[in-house]
Design a protein around this ligand. Structure first.
Ligand code: KG4
Ligand code: ZN
Length: 352
């Protein structure tokens, strides 16, 4: 370590469309710089991998410089570099991993290639202090919907359930599209739903009853829900009636939130875990936060949800996990660390 303070860790995140660079000292967030290419993807209605990779390449150096300037540190002060090694878009990940390796090599500091999902969990330590061990984590974003049992975020993350088709955010984005709302749709559904009736339409709650529930106790499914919304809207249009967008948005959102919170609380209760953490872009959803709060309180479970800016993809989460790796004395990744688009969640630290 180059100073007498806690180690300064620089984190790089490029798994999707956000170029994130975060600086964390110990468990204190110094800066979280994010350059997003989301506007470049909007007209395609989804993230275009090639466009994302190029945007990362262009944004990487300026974002690192911006982060250092804002935090008032020099690159030479950095004690370790952490980077998302996977999962994510292959070309996008490669840009971040290459940048992190060059940086670590030139500064002569350790490199930690970390798992994106574990980083979504670790980020909460920046806001709410050390994670209870074990904790339950519900990660919901455009790319993932996972229920994880986390005995130790630096070494042991166990998948309990996941989506068997669409991710939760993907369902928000697709339903928003069919309601004529812009991409990414989650925040728009959230906003529009405030004026709607959440019990107006009884949309299906996938994998919550009968044999489906038995076989997929902690898994979720949103593809059937998305199709149900599409059919409902089509039926209205077919008879020339206006589509009550706010009611559809509110009822769809309620179905997603109901299933996610029910399954997460069931997992906590059955696994004897008393702390639930929710992360990922969909954790910014106001109804999800409200229902999770209500239901956790009723079940005697403590709830931790990072502020929305830390829920979406960012570099701070990678730096936070890197800082915990350093604190726990974990062995760094080898210099030939690669990007792995399908890195399993059980591999918290890659390339060791
Ligand atoms: O974590 P994130 O930034 O990137 C991925 O790893 O996917 O999550 C983005 C996703 C998008 O699908 C977006 O629509 C959704 O999170 N999202 C929301 C809200 N804010 C973002 N979904 C529902 N309600 C929101 N308020
Ligand atoms: Zn993510």
């Amino acid at each position: 370590m180059k100073s007498s303070d806690s180690p300064l860790v620089l984190g790089i995140e490029t798994s999707c469309d956000e170029t994130g660079v975060g600086l964390v000292r110990g468990s204190t967030l110094l800066v979280d710089a994010v350059a997003s290419s989301v506007d470049e993807h909007a007209r395609f209605g989804g993230v275009v991998p090639e466009v994302a990779s190029r945007a990362h390449l262009e944004a990487m150096v300026p974002t690192i410089e911006r982060a250092c300037t804002k935090a008032g540190v020099r690159l030479a002060d950095v004690d370790a570099v952490a980077v998302t090694s996977g999962p994510g878009l292959a070309g996008a990940l490669i840009v971040g991993v290459a940048a992190a390796k060059s940086l670590a090599y030139s500064l002569g500091v350790p490199l930690f290639g970390v798992n994106h999902l574990a980083a979504h969990v670790a980020v909460d330590t920046l806001e709410h202090g050390p994670l209870p061990e074990p904790a339950m984590a519900l990660l919901v974003s455009g790319g993932h919907s996972s229920l994880l049992l986390v005995p130790d975020v630096t070494a042991d993350v166990q998948p309990l359930g996941q989506t068997i088709d669409d991710a939760a955010g993907e369902a928000f984005d697709k339903v928003a599209r069919l309601l004529g709302l812009p991409f990414p749709g989650g925040p728009h559904i959230d906003r529009v739903a405030r004026d709607g009736d959440k019990v107006a339409i009884d949309f299906p709650r996938g994998l919550t009853s009968g044999r489906d529930m038995e076989r997929h106790r902690y898994d979720v499914s949103f593809s059937g829900l998305k199709t149900a919304v599409a059919r409902w809207v089509e039926a209205k249009e077919a008879v020339g009636e206006p589509v009550p967008v706010a009611d559809v948005a509110a009822s769809f959102q309620e179905a997603v939130v109901d299933v996610l919170t029910r399954k997460a609380i069931l997992a906590c209760t059955e696994q004897g875990v008393s702390d639930l953490l929710i992360g990922g872009g969909v954790a910014a959803n106001s109804r999800l936060r409200a229902v999770a709060e209500e239901r956790c309180a009723a079940a005697g479970i403590r709830l931790r949800v990072p502020r929305p800016g830390l829920c979406t993809d960012n570099g701070a989460m990678v730096a936070a996990l890197g800082a915990q790796m350093v604190q726990r004395g974990r062995e760094p990744s080898a210099p030939d660390l690669g990007a792995d688009s399908s890195l399993p969640v059980t591999t918290v630290l890659a390339g060791t």
